[in-house]
Every structure is written in C-alpha cells, then in structure tokens.
Design a protein around this ligand. Structure first.
Ligand code: NOJ
Ligand code: CA
Length: 513
C-alpha cells in the first residue's frame, strides 16, 4: 500500500543515532543497513518520521557533527546505495526521513579548512580567521559552547580561528556566498535522494556580529536563567554578539527556500536564556516548522518548566522531547514515571521527538572513564553531563549476549537490565503504552491541539485543550502532589491510579472552567 507521505501537523519523530542503532556487519558499530533492518519496529510505534543524526563522512571527533564531506555517507555507516535503500524502506513503511544539516561548522579535516591552513585565502574566507591581539591573546572574549575559548591558534597561518564547539569544528561564515551556495546545493542533493525534512544543528549559532564585539558579562538574572552547567563558563556571558537573534532568524527564510516548501524543518536552539524567544523567531511562517530547546529535558518536563514554555512560546512550534544523543536519558528505571512523561509529551501540542530506546524505558548507563570516547564528556569528567551514556547501543534482544545489536563487540559496553527489557516489550509494557499514546495523539487530534487553560503547582499540572475531538482535559500529578486527579472511569487515557505519577486524560464536549 502506498502511504501518503505529506507531512501531518506536529509529527511524532523517532530519533536514530546511527552508530548505536543496529550493526549489520559485526564491526560493533551501527550502520545504515542495520537501521533499515529495524525500521519495522519504529513504524510499529506509529510515528510519522525518523530523524537520522549525522550520517556524513567525518573523523567522528564529535560523533559525526564534525563533517568532512556533507554529501557523502560515512564509510563505516555504509554506502549511498545503503542510504537509498533505507529511504525506500522508510517510505514503504510510511515513515518520512529527516536528515541532520550541520551547516554551522565543518570538521578541521574538511578540504576547505585544510586548504585554508595551507594558505588558500579564498578558503580561509569561508571561516573566521583573525590575527591575535598585540599581546598574543585571542581576538575577543567569546567562549565555546563546550567551555574553553572559542578561538584556537592555527600556527600554519599565524592566526586564530573561531569555533563555537570543539576546536576540531571550525565555524563557517554562513554569510559567505560560496558557503551559502554549497549549503544550498547539498540540501538539494539530499532532497533529490528522497529526504523529506531537515534538522538544523546549532541553528542559533549561525551568525555572529562581524565587528566581533566582546560579549558582556551575564547579569545575575540572565545567569540564573542560563541552562548550561554552572561549571561551564559559557554561562557567564550574555551571548549578544556570538549568537545574533535577528539576522540568524531571518536566515531561516533562506533555509526554507533551499529546502523547499514541502520539507519539514526543525532547528536546534542552544542559547540557554532566550531559547524560546529565538525558537519563535526561527519558526514564524515561511521559516522553519518548529524548533527545539533544552529547557524541557533540563527540567525533566516539570510543571514549572511546562508553564514557562506555555507562557513564553507557542507550543505548536516547540518540539517536545526529553532525551537525545546529547542529553542523558530521562529513564530512571521507573516505568511508571516513564509512562507518565510519555503521556505528558503526547498531550503537549507540537511535534514530539522520541529518542531511540526511550520506548523501552532505557535508563542512562554509567560508563567508566576509559570507556568514554566523547571529548566533551572527558573535558569535565566525571562532572559533565555524560553525553555518551545516551549513545550506548540499542538492546534489541534480551537473550542475546550483545543484545542483538551486533555479532561483534559493541563500540560502547552494553550492560542493560535484561529483566527490565522483557517487561518493557511485554503486552502491556512501556512500549505498548508509547504505541497507544502515539495513536491516540493523532486520532484524537491532540497533536494539533490548542491550550485553552493551564494551571500548575510545584507538583501538578492541568491543561484544557481544544483538539480535533472537542475539549481534552488533562490532569498530571507528580509523586506526593496536593492535587488529586478526578475519577478515571471515563478517561481516554489514565495511568498510575494506584500510585505516584498519576495521569487522567478525558475528552469533554465543553471546556473545563
Ligand atoms: C548539537 C549536536 O546535537 C551535538 O551532538 C554536537 O556536539 C553540537 N551540536 C555541535 O555540532
Ligand atoms: Ca557496522
């Protein structure tokens, strides 16, 4: 049966981190044929699309977000034929395909950067190289989002270059005509191969103040709001000059032109203080469809965080999510909590992003220092956010020594709890709850709902939403909440009635007052 692959409003999207999804050839690293072989599981959840984290050629110093060829598949992940087969299979299963676009920077092994280091001035112009100040220090006070200075000395040119992430990720000048042309063509290249949408990596970092003005110190009220880790000095600054809201948001119109009107587009906003405001600017009509920020996961979608989202943004344009390849898994081993949070994400209007394995309630695995390969984790070891734990491969089969992920040795150790996995996939396990919620969300029109009323305390939240099927009244009570949800007998979905983490979702003809 041919599926209608036009985009629904507020899609449910399943994020796949390719190195960690499924390995087809026993080298211990997930790959594209592995993904293709497991897409039935994803389609079985009822989601609308998959988002593949970076699949491009890369030295993998930043897990694929250090791209050395934006139009080539990483050879360890497979070939272009494998990619085409993956897209075909996804489409056959009714899944749209979203690819990452890492436009903000390249790998330091990208041919442009290598040429720039070798003295090619035209290529150097595609990045931001600057002389040192007379005292030999960096051109200004900008700090990388990973903490250290955003400038690294390139002795080959006797100049500093700018990078907003690792030193091996030189930032591109996205105003440069040839950079723009290359980005436009690469997006067209992937669209012509059947790609249905893009996720724009680090979109809030795209443009900077060309005068290279120092960022001011973050005033207390701003610093308090910074969502970054307090040990990372990035939060000490107010990022007025290295993350320009106005220009950068206008750039989204250009992205839309390049991607095409029928593409579904989401942008990543990593500026901790104005994230929702930037997200709104990036997603006005004619720009991106939605944006995501780290506010919800950073606060595990608590009632205060949800209220803040509803106050500051149109939730229809904010992606609801809790875990990713960057964010420690929100699973705590408590399925009751996991189902509760899934219901909350399902009810919020706007797109819903589900990270591979959260449908099984996978918790964040611990890794020893000598097992970790992510330089960001190692920079702050053992106090950092621990990104790599979330990248521990997927356990497909509780009975298999390597959990059905690989016939070889997985690139990160897999120490999943086998009994929990069996429980998660049982008839009424967590995976079935995800399936039900994804189905209800679309069928009952929650995905395109509009919040009419919301109220909250520290441990409870209520919502009244206009949906495709009338009014949805939702009660969420965290453990020990003072609010008791009403009787669940006529609920469309209820959970946790005999314990903590209670949800009642009820459709009423009239709105709750
Ligand atoms: C966000 C990506 O998700 C993350 O993995 C990466 O390190 C940074 N952007 C830089 O590309
Ligand atoms: Ca492999």
């Amino acid at each position: 049966m041919a599926h209608d692959l036009r985009w629904p409003q507020a899609p449910a999207i399943y994020q796949i981190y390719p190195r960690s999804f499924a390995d087809s050839n026993g080298d211990g690293i997930g790959d594209l044929p592995g993904i293709t072989s497991r897409l039935e599981h994803v389609a079985g959840l009822g989601v609308d699309a998959i988002w593949l984290s970076s699949i491009y050629a890369s030295p993998w110093q930043d897990g694929g977000y250090d791209v050395s060829d934006h139009r080539a598949v990483h050879p360890t992940l497979g070939t272009m034929d494998d990619f085409d087969a993956l897209v075909d299979r996804a489409h056959d299963l009714g899944l749209r395909v979203i690819l990452d676009q890492v436009l903000n920077h390249t790998s330091c092994e990208h041919p442009w950067f290598l040429a720039a280091l070798a003295g090619d001035e035209a290529m150097a112009g595609r990045y931001l190289f600057r002389d040192a100040r007379p005292d030999g220090t960096q051109p200004n006070n900008w700090i990388s989002q990973f903490g250290p200075p955003a400038w690294t000395w390139a002795h080959q040119r006797s100049q500093f270059y700018f990078h907003q992430f690792l030193a091996c990720q030189p930032s591109l000048d996205l105003r440069h005509p040839e950079v723009k042309a290359a980005h436009r063509e690469q997006m067209r290249f992937w669209r012509a191969r059947g790609v249905d949408g893009f996720r724009f990596d680090a979109a809030s970092s795209y443009l900077w103040d060309e005068a290279l003005t120092d960022n001011p110190v973050a005033p207390d009220e701003i610093r308090k709001k910074n969502t970054g880790e307090i040990f990372n000095p990035f939060t000490f600054q107010h990022h007025l000059h290295d993350m320009l809201p106005d220009d950068a948001a206008t750039y989204a119109t250009t992205l839309r032109e390049w991607a095409g009107e029928d593409a579904w587009l989401m942008g990543e906003m990593t500026e901790g203080v104005r994230s929702y405001e930037l997200a709104m600017e990036f997603s006005t009509p004619g720009r991106l469809d939605a944006a995501y920020t780290t506010d919800l996961p950073a606060n595990c979608a608590g009632p205060v965080a949800i209220a803040d989202l509803l106050r500051r943004a149109d939730p229809a344009r904010i992606v609801g999510w809790l875990s990713s390849h960057d964010q420690p898994r929100h699973g705590s081993g408590d399925f009751a909590q996991a189902a509760f949070l899934a219901a909350l994400m399902a009810v919020l209007p706007g797109p819903w992003l589900i990270y591979q394995g959260e449908e099984w309630g996978l918790p964040q695995p611990g890794l020893a220092k000598d097992e970790v390969t992510d330089p960001f984790d190692l920079l702050y070891w053992p106090d950092g956010p621990g990104r790599e734990g979330a990248r521990v491969p997927m356990p497909w089969n509780a009975d298999d020594p390597e959990f059905g992920f690989t016939a070889g040795r997985p690139w990160l150790p897999m120490r999943w709890n086998r009994a929990d996995l069996l429980a998660a996939v049982s008839v009424s396990g967590l995976a079935a709850t995800y399936r039900d919620l994804i189905h209800l969300r679309r069928k009952q029109g929650w995905a395109s709902g509009r919040v009419l009323i919301s109220d909250h305390g520290d441990d409870w939240l209520t919502l009244a939403m206009q949906t495709g099927c009338g009014c949805l009244n939702a009660w969420f009570a965290w453990p020990g909440a003072t609010l008791k949800p009403p009787d669940a007998s006529d609920a469309v979905f209820a959970h946790g009635q005999r314990g903590d983490y209670q949800v009642v979702l009820r459709h009423d003809d009239t709105k709750r007052t």
